[in-house]
Design a protein around this ligand. Structure first.
Ligand code: ADP
Ligand code: TRP
Length: 322
């Protein structure tokens, strides 16, 4: 089965991205034929500076490789290295009703967050459909926020097939809901746009500092506390063993425990969790040529698949040489 997903290079990756998306991407490699890419065309919709695009793209690539992307097996590339996808996006946009895009909630959400209402942002689900369809994808593992875009993809593919013949298979989504939303240090959803993140590879000292500053309520030390309402406990769930978690839960409920103690332990566990990958991250930083080679090889593989699909599409719609 072919699995495909993309991640936007819009900032340094954080533990919300890891537990909410990347971890599953990496696990799926064991059983499936995985295609993962850095969605830099998509990132342009939020108008980053050129330096930001380059920096974040390189960092996402290094993070994925350091965290266990299997560079021998998984196809990993930068979206814009296979520009065929933009041609497919154009062709698909001609079978995409305006109403379908107008119903997409992510556009409205992003405008509400303050992004400029540009056409790229509006048309973004069509580019995403092209990403998925050009690589003949069976399964798309994404967070719940992306579900609608996979439905839109199926809708566009069906309309295309209906008009021009069976060119595309209809992909299924796999919603990564096992991990509830990871809270940030202020208790809202951890997100680059809220400045409340803990980055996967930020210096250990700064991880400790941020964890010690996580917002908690003001229940006095001796009183019982509700673990289910605590941001520190929500993060402990991600990194503590089942036994340790049960022990913390009991301590919360019985009182006599301060949040500071739980935070200290959380910082230790979080740092330990990512420790095995830190050395690899540093090694990769010192070998950018390796990263470039992985992405170039990936683009070659992905490019060959994309070129084949695009040839079928061009033929189907009548874009033929005279
Ligand atoms: P951000 O909100 O930081 O900009 P993105 O929207 O780029 O993050 O998310 C990339 C992927 O990481 C998505 O699949 C999304 O579902 C997942 N993700 C992001 N933040 C969280 C979070 N706080 N908890 C769980 N998953 C998250
Ligand atoms: N829109 C996705 C996000 O913001 C990223 C993305 C772009 C993607 N193209 C994709 C995800 C294709 C899955 C499949 O997270």
């Amino acid at each position: 089965m072919r699995v495909l997903s993309g991640i936007q290079p819009t900032g340094r990756l954080h533990i919300g991205n890891f537990f909410g998306a990347m971890r599953q991407h990496l696990q799926l490699q064991a059983e499936h034929d995985c295609f993962y890419f850095i969605a830099d065309y998509h990132a342009l919709t939020s108008n980053p500076t050129p330096a930001e695009v380059a920096e974040h793209t390189l960092n996402v690539a290094m993070d994925y490789i350091a965290l266990g992307l299997d560079t021998k097996k998984t196809v990993f590339w930068r979206q814009s290295d296979v520009p065929e996808v933009t041609e497919l996006a154009w062709i698909l946009s001609c079978v995409t009703p305006m109403g379908l895009l107008q119903r997409c909630t992510s556009y409205k959400d992003k405008i509400a967050q303050g992004l400029s209402p540009n056409h790229g942002l509006f048309a973004y689900p069509v580019l995403q459909a092209a990403d998925i369809l050009i690589y003949r994808t069976d399964l798309v593992p994404v967070g719940a926020d992306q579900k609608q875009h996979i439905e839109v993809t199926r809708d566009i593919a069906a309309r295309f097939n209906n008009a021009y013949g069976e060119v595309f298979n209809l992909p299924a989504e796999r919603i990564l809901e096992q991990v509830a939303v990871v809270p940030g240090t202020d208790g809202r959803k951890m997100s680059k746009s809220y400045g409340n993140t803990i980055e996967i590879f930020e210096p250990e000292k700064s991880v400790r500092k941020k964890i010690m500053r996580i917002v908690t309520d003001s229940t006095p030390l001796e009183r019982p506390k509700d673990p289910d309402k605590c941001n520190v406990f929500a993060l402990l769930k991600l990194v503590a063993s089942t036994d340790e978690l049960t022990a913390w839960e009991n301590r919360y409920r019985s009182g006599g425990m301060g949040y500071g103690e739980a935070k200290k332990r959380l910082a230790e566990l979080m740092i330990d969790y990512f420790k095995p990958f830190r050395q690899k991250r540093t090694d990769i930083e010192n070998d950018i040529d390796y990263v470039k080679k992985v992405l170039a090889d990936g683009a070659e593989w992905a490019g060959a698949v994309a070129a084949e699909t695009l040839a079928d599409v061009r033929k189907a719609v009548g874009l033929r040489r005279i």
